[in-house]
Design a protein around this ligand. Sequence first.
Ligand code: PMP
Length: 439
Amino acid sequence: DGVLPAPLPVVGRDVRVPLVTGGDAEYAALDYAASAPCLQRVWDDVAAYLPYYGSVHRGAGYLSQLSTDLYEQSRATVAGYLDARADDVVLFTRGTTDSLNLLAAALPAGTRVFVFETEHHAALLPWRRTADVTQLPAPGSPAEAVAALDAALAASDPGTPRLVCVTGASNVTGELFPVAELAATAHRHGARIVLDAAQLAPHHKVSLAGLDVDWVAFSGHKLYAPFGAGVLAGRGDWLAEAEPYLAGGGASKTVTADAVEWNDGSARHEAGSPNVVGAYAIASACRALDEAGLEGLAAREGALLARLRAGLADIPEVRTLDLFGPESARVSVLSFVVEGWNSSRFAAALSAEYGIGVRDGLFCAHPLVRKLLGGRSDAPTECGAPDAPAGEQNLNAIRVSFGAGTPEEHLDRFVAAVRELVARGARWTYRTDGGRCVP
Ligand code: PMP
């Protein structure tokens, strides 16, 4: 009947922000792809736990034991949420960047890593430090991605340990990569695969067993649990053989003046006092999303995204950025440029005049955004030119992204604001001040 289900309750929905034109407005958070607001359920769980907060793994006191239990239960919750296999390990990290750097540090000597140039820098760069990297050009379709990987793996040395790293959903275009097919291709060639699920996990079920990926990485703050934690989950063997990611307490079993015996299991790569609140918050988000039903949430987001795209398609000056094409499957992330506008100025006007928070820039995916803007993906990066007068060539883009907590009014407000700005121009002149656009 066209009626959308209600958004999930998130904290901060009542935040009002000052407008440059006078007065204020309810903040429209449309930058979920960077950091999503905290689910009310997560907030409530964390608030209920905080009085019982204690040191994890080391304290003898009751609250330390309680915290240790909650931390380990959180690990089990995440393992269940990800359909982890019996021998998979779940490590708590600081986020996706940290998770992928951890895996990069644990690669067997001589590993070759295969990665598309369309990746977020967190998935593109860690391997350059520890492995030989085969960087594959931006694929023009999901099928082309599979074929390109197949060919690259076929041409590689089967005697070398090989790892494919792929992002489930692009943080720039929201487009879905064919993860299960890429995993099957990797495995057929005897290679392993790690999934960067930073953008996928907040919108779709991520199943280690179902997708048959070897590892998955994601961030709590994009999964409605903004407490500074992330996850790396998957095969334990390379991790068990590797040096600990960090040297320190927790990772070490016995230490003498000149020798150390390292711990096994998750402790090996979780040196230092762990972020128990962050881990607990992620587990809480997993439970909340499971209960709400990811399929229903994704259907709602899909309907909102179709409406958003239709609204923007009505504004001829707006050009949306797609890698695979306008019809491809995607999560609720959309990048665009506006003809005659510098993207930074446009995003600044949306914030200052309408109280709408989007993002502008190259989104930590320089080669991809440069390519989508019509430049060469191997050209040196110029990070936008916010000082350039409006109308000057765009060196960056605008990204709007949303999720389970987004009310449809925010998206309607956004489309109306874009239409109005394009029609009448900004009310203010925006200049840069310390890297930020200000009126
Ligand atoms: N991968 C992708 C696809 C992302 O969108 C992001 C965050 N923008 C990251 C990795 C890095 O996540 P974090 O900043 O939480 O480490």
